[in-house]
Ligand binder design. Structure first.
Ligand code: GUN
Length: 284
C-alpha cells in the first residue's frame, strides 16, 4: 500500500517545535527577528512573502517586510541589506527571488552577513554544507529530509537519485542525502537514459520544474518519491514534477502537490531564523 506523505502535518510539527523554542528564547529576553525583502510586483513572490510573514506571527517571531518598487536600484537594495546586517533585533535576512532583471541577485546574496543568511544561499553557507559543518540548511532540501525522516525509512546505504541540479535545490539536496550515507546520483537535462538511472532509485527526488515529467516507468517499485515541483498542468491546475496518478501505486511513499514539500519550506525558514537568533545571542 502506498502511503501519501502529509507535508502539512509534518510542517505543523516543525512549527510547533519552533514555537516552543521561541517561547523559551523570549523568556531569556530574545525574540527571533526576520526581515523579508521583496522587489517589484511578481504575484507568486507576493504570496510567498505573505506566507512567510504569517508564519513568523504564528511561531512568535518579530518580522519586518520591505516591499521595494520595481525601479529600485542595486545601490538602494545593497544599502538596505547593509543596514539590516547591522541591526541586532534582525537575526535573519531574506531577499525574495527572482529579482527584477536589472538587479543582480548574486551581489545581494553575497552582501548578506552569512550568520543572518537564513536561506543558506551565501557561498560561505554553501561551502559549509559541502563539508557537512553548517549552521543553516537551505529550506527546501531541509524540508525534503524532514519528510523522508517522517517515513521512518533509513537513508543510509540506499540509492538516491536527484533529478535537477539547481544551486537552491538539486545540488544541496544531493549533499544532504550524502551526509546521511545514501549513494547519490544527480541527473539533469543532459543525462543519457534518464529512466534507467531513476528506476534504480530507492529514494527519488524530482526538482526539475517540468509538469508531470516523472512517469511510472521511471520509478522503482517500492521507492520513496519526493516531488519538489510546483507547476501548472494543461488545465491550469497545480501539479508537481511527478505524474502522481501514474506513479502513486508503484511507490511505498509519495508526496502530493500541493500539500507535500511546499508547506515544509517556510517551516524550515522558521527553524533557520530560530537557529540564527540563538547563535547571535550565544544561546545553545
Ligand atoms: N524564491 C523561490 N524560492 C525561494 C527561496 O527559498 N528563497 C528566496 N529568497 N527566494 C525564493
Amino acid at each position: 500500500m502506498t502511503q501519501i506523505i502529509d507535508g502539512k502535518a509534518v510542517s505543523k510539527q516543525v512549527r510547533e517545535r519552533v514555537s516552543l523554542q521561541c517561547e523559551e528564547l523570549k523568556r531569556q529576553g530574545v525574540t527571533p527577528g526576520l526581515a523579508v525583502i521583496i522587489v517589484g510586483e511578481d504575484p507568486a513572490s507576493q504570496v510567498y512573502v505573505r506566507n512567510k510573514e504569517k508564519a513568523c506571527e504564528e511561531v512568535g517571531f518579530y518580522s519586518e517586510k520591505y516591499a521595494l518598487p520595481e525601479n529600485t536600484t542595486q545601490e538602494e537594495l545593497n544599502n538596505l541589506v547593509k543596514e539590516l546586517n547591522g541591526r541586532k533585533e534582525i537575526n535573519g535576512i531574506l531577499c525574495q527571488l527572482p529579482l527584477p532583471k536589472h538587479l543582480d541577485d548574486k551581489e545581494v546574496i553575497n552582501l548578506i552577513d552569512p550568520i543572518k543568511d537564513v536561506d543558506a544561499f551565501h557561498p560561505v553557507n554553501v561551502g559549509a554544507i559541502m563539508i557537512g559543518d553548517y549552521n543553516f540548511l537551505p529550506c527546501t532540501p531541509a524540508g525534503v529530509m524532514e519528510l523522508i525522516h517522517s517515513t521512518g525509512v533509513d537513508v543510509s546505504g540506499k540509492k538516491a537519485v536527484v533529478i535537477g541540479r539547481s544551486n537552491i535545490v538539486g545540488k544541496p539536496m544531493a549533499m544532504l542525502l550524502l551526509h546521511e550515507n545514501a549513494t547519490v546520483e544527480i541527473t539533469h537535462s543532459k543525462t543519457v537514459d534518464l529512466a534507467d538511472v531513476t528506476s534504480g532509485a530507492d529514494i527519488l527526488v524530482a526538482a526539475i520544474g517540468k509538469a508531470k515529467f516523472v512517469k511510472a516507468d521511471m520509478v522503482k517499485k517500492g521507492a520513496v518519491v519526493i516531488d519538489v515541483g510546483m507547476n501548472r498542468d494543461e488545465n491550469g491546475k497545480l501539479c508537481g514534477d511527478v505524474d502522481f496518478e501514474d506513479v502513486k501505486d508503484k511507490c511505498s511513499y509519495i508526496t502530493p502537490v500541493p500539500g507535500g514539500v511546499g508547506p515544509m519550506t517556510i517551516s524550515m525558514l522558521m527553524q533557520n531564523t530560530l537557529t540564527a537568533a540563538k547563535i547571535q545571542n550565544n544561546i545553545d
